[in-house]
Design a protein around this ligand. Structure first.
Ligand code: ADP
Ligand code: ZN
Length: 605
C-alpha cells in the first residue's frame, strides 16, 4: 500500500470498521486512540473490560504498512483470538511454544511473503534473540502490548517475561507501541509507562463504569437456596460462580448438576487437561455455568457471560471489580450477584492472619478486606461507591444496583447492639458467636451449663430476637469495627475501643434491615427480551450458529454475537444487502454465512 495522507488513512480506518467488522461507528474513545496510533505515536490505553480494546490496535495495524505484532500472555486463548480475526477475513496467526514445526515453517513463510497482517506472540517467544533478529527483517506496523499491567510487580498478574519488553524500544525504535489494560489504579499506570519505556505516550483513560452490569449483594442465609433462586431467572445463560476453596467448587458444581444445570468445576487442583477441557466447553457451548476459584478468568473474552456470582467474599474491591467485570462484555444486561454472611467475614480474616507475610502485609490485606466489607454494607448507590474507590466520580444514582432499586431500610439497633456487646463482655470475650447468641437467647446448652452462663445478667435478654437477626447484628458490628474475631484466641469475639461509647449509650447505631433481594422489582436497563413468538426463530438462529461453529471448531460467538442474532430477529433481513446493514456483519462473514441465516429467517416470515 502506498503512503497515504492522514485524512485518507483515517477514512481507511473507518472503512475497515464498517466493511470488515461490520460496525457502523467507532466508540468515542476508540477513534482518538486509533488515529494516534496511525500517526505513529506511542499510547497507553486504560479501558474497562468490554470497552473495545482489540479494535484499537487491530485497525491501526491494518491501516499502517507492515505486520502488526500483538504481545499477549494468554497462550491458551490465542487460537480463539486468531480464529475470530480469520472469520473477518484478516490474515492473522499466533506464535508460541505450542506450535508444531510445520506450523512454524508455514507461518514464517507467510510472514516473509508479507501476507500476514497480525501476529499474536507470547512475550517469552518474542524476546528470544533469534525471534527478534528475524522480526527485524520484517516491516512492522505496530506493537500492541495487551494485558500490560502484567509488567507491574505490585499487581496480581505479574509476569517475569514482561520485564524484558522495555527492550522492544531498542530493537524497533521506529515502530509505535500501544500498551493496553483493564486494570485501573495509578500505580499500575506509571509502572506500565516506566516498565515498557513508552515514548511520550498519549494516555487514554476511560471511565471504569460498566453500566450494563447490575450489582447486588445479599445477606447469606442459605447459600444454595439463594443461588438456586437467582439462577431461576438465568436458565438460558452462561455464567461464572466464584467460590473460595477447591472443595467448595467441587461441591457446588456437582450440586448444580444435580439441579439440572450444566455446571463445570475449575480450580488449580484439577489437572491441566481437565482444566483446559472445561474452559473450552465454557467458551464453546451455550448455557454453561463455570464454578471456579479465582484461578479462572483472566483473558476470557467470552462476550455473553450473563452473570458472575460470588458465593464467598472476594479478597478486595479490586478483585471484586475484576471478577464481576467478566460479565456482559457485549454490553447487554448482566448481573453481578453476591451473597455473604458472618462466616465469610470470620473466615477471610483468619486466612489473612494465617497467611505467610509480615505484619505490614497482613495489615494491608485487612484494610483491603475492610474496604470491601464496608462496601457490602453501604446504603447508598453501590456503583457510585465502587467507582469512588477507584477515584472516579459518579454524581448520580445509577438505578441499576440493589441499593438504588430497592433502598435498604435501616432500624435503630442501639439497644440490640448493647445487649450483644455486654453479653460478649460478660462471657469474658472468650467465645465464638454461636455461644454468645445461645446465651442471649437463654438456651441451656451443655456449654452454657459448663460455664454457668445461665447465671449471667445477659442470659436470655435476647430471647425475643431470632438467631438470624443476631447474626446480622454481629456481622454489621464486626464490619463497622465494634468487635472482631480474635484469631489468637480461636476466633473469640472481642470488643474494640469503639464498643465503649456504644455500650455507654453515648452514640446511637442504625443498621440495615435484612431483606431477600432476589426479587428486585425493576428490570435491568437495556434488557433485550425475546417474545414467545420469536422464541422459535431465536432457537433456530442459535442452532444455525452452533452448527457452523462446530463445523469449524470455534466458539459460537466467533461466528456472530448474540447482539447480531437479536438484530436478525428484529429486522428479519431477506437478502444480502439488508443483512450487511446489521451490526457485526462485515463482508467476509456475509460471504461465509449470509445465505445460511437468510434461509433460516425465511422460514419464519
Ligand atoms: P475488551 O478487549 O476491551 O474487553 P473487546 O475488544 O473484546 O473489549 O470488545 C468488546 C465487545 O465490543 C466485542 O464484542 C466487540 O466486538 C464490540 N465492539 C468493539 N468496538 C465496537 C464498535 N465500534 N461498535 C460495536 N461493537 C464494538
Ligand atoms: Zn446504584
Amino acid at each position: 500500500m502506498a503512503p497515504m495522507e492522514k485524512s485518507d488513512s483515517y477514512q481507511y480506518a473507518r472503512d475497515i470498521l464498517q466493511q470488515t467488522y461490520g460496525y457502523s461507528e467507532f466508540r468515542p474513545s476508540q477513534q482518538a486512540i486509533i488515529e494516534t496510533a496511525i500517526d505513529g505515536e506511542d499510547c497507553l490505553v486504560l479501558m474497562p473490560t468490554g470497552g473495545g480494546k482489540s479494535l484499537c490496535y487491530q485497525i491501526p495495524a491494518l491501516v499502517r504498512e507492515g505486520m502488526g505484532l500483538v504481545v499477549s500472555p494468554l497462550i491458551a486463548l490465542m487460537q480463539d483470538q486468531v480464529s475470530a480475526l480469520q472469520q473477518l477475513g484478516i490474515h492473522a496467526g499466533f506464535w508460541n511454544s505450542t506450535l508444531t514445526r510445520e506450523a512454524r515453517a508455514h507461518l514464517s513463510r507467510s510472514i516473509h511473503n508479507g501476507q500476514l497482517q497480525l501476529l499474536y506472540i507470547a512475550p517469552e517467544s518474542l524476546m528470544q534473540p533469534h525471534t527478534l533478529e528475524w522480526l527485524k527483517q520484517c516491516s512492522l506496523s505496530l506493537i500492541a502490548i495487551d494485558e500490560a499491567h502484567c509488567v507491574s510487580q505490585w499487581g496480581h498478574d505479574f509476569r517475569q517475561d514482561y520485564l524484558l519488553l522495555h527492550r522492544l524500544q531498542e530493537h524497533f525504535p521506529s515502530v509505535p507501541r500501544m500498551a493496553l489494560t483493564a486494570t485501573a489504579n495509578e500505580q499500575t499506570q506509571s509502572d506500565i509507562i516506566n516498565g515498557l519505556q513508552l515514548h511520550k505516550p498519549k494516555q487514554f483513560i476511560q471511565s471504569f463504569d460498566r453500566p450494563n452490569i447490575r450489582y447486588w449483594v445479599e445477606n447469606k442465609t442459605d447459600a444454595k437456596k439463594q443461588l438456586r433462586r437467582f439462577l431461576s431467572n438465568h436458565q438460558d445463560s452462561s455464567g461464572i460462580v466464584y467460590c473460595l476453596s477447591r472443595k467448595r467448587v467441587e461441591a457446588i458444581a456437582s450440586w448444580l448438576c444435580g439441579q439440572g444445570f450444566n455446571a463445570l468445576p475449575y480450580h488449580a487442583g484439577l489437572d491441566t487437561g481437565e482444566r483446559a477441557n472445561n474452559q473450552a466447553l465454557f467458551l464453546r457451548e451455550e448455557k454453561v455455568i463455570m464454578v471456579a476459584t479465582v484461578a479462572f478468568g483472566m483473558g476470557i473474552d467470552k462476550p455473553d457471560v450473563r452473570f458472575v456470582c460470588h458465593l464467598d467474599l472476594p479478597k478486595s474491591m479490586e478483585a471484586y471489580y475484576q471478577e464481576t467485570g467478566r460479565a456482559g462484555r457485549d454490553g447487554k444486561a448482566a448481573d453481578a450477584w453476591m451473597c455473604y454472611g458472618l462466616q465469610d467475614v470470620v473466615q477471610l480474616s483468619q486466612m489473612i492472619d494465617n497467611s505467610q507475610g509480615d505484619e505490614q502485609f497482613k495489615r494491608h490485606e485487612k484494610q483491603k478486606l475492610d474496604a470491601l466489607l464496608g462496601w457490602c454494607e453501604i446504603t447508598q448507590c453501590r456503583r457510585q461507591a465502587l467507582l469512588h474507590y477507584f477515584n472516579e466520580d459518579y454524581p448520580d444514582q445509577c438505578n441499576n444496583c440493589d441499593t438504588c432499586l430497592s433502598p435498604p431500610e435501616t432500624w435503630d439497633a442501639t439497644v440490640s447492639a448493647q445487649k450483644l456487646l455486654s453479653c460478649v463482655y460478660r462471657t469474658g470475650q472468650r467465645f465464638g458467636i454461636t455461644h454468645v447468641i445461645d446465651v442471649l437467647q437463654g438456651k441451656s446448652t451443655d456449654k452454657v451449663k459448663q460455664f454457668r452462663h445461665e447465671q449471667l445478667s445477659t442470659f436470655g435478654i435476647g430471647e425475643d430476637t431470632a438467631v438470624q437477626q443476631w447474626r446480622s447484628v454481629t456481622r454489621q458490628l464486626m464490619v463497622n469495627g465494634f468487635i472482631y474475631s480474635n484469631n489468637q484466641h480461636y476466633g473469640a469475639i472481642t470488643l474494640t475501643e469503639k464498643a465503649r461509647p456504644l455500650l455507654r449509650g453515648d452514640i446511637q447505631l442504625q443498621l440495615r434491615k435484612e431483606t431477600a433481594k432476589t426479587s428486585l422489582t425493576k428490570k435491568p436497563k437495556k434488557q433485550h427480551r425475546v417474545s414467545d413468538g420469536d422464541r422459535h426463530l431465536w432457537d433456530a438462529l442459535r442452532g444455525c450458529r452452533q452448527r457452523l461453529a462446530q463445523q469449524q471448531g470455534v466458539p459460537p460467538y466467533v461466528i456472530f454475537h448474540d447482539a447480531t442474532l437479536m438484530e436478525m430477529m428484529e429486522y428479519k433481513p431477506t437478502d444480502r444487502q439488508q443483512l450487511l446493514t446489521l451490526n457485526g456483519i462485515g463482508e467476509n462473514k456475509m460471504e461465509r454465512y449470509g445465505q445460511d441465516f437468510i434461509e433460516v429467517i425465511a422460514e419464519y416470515i
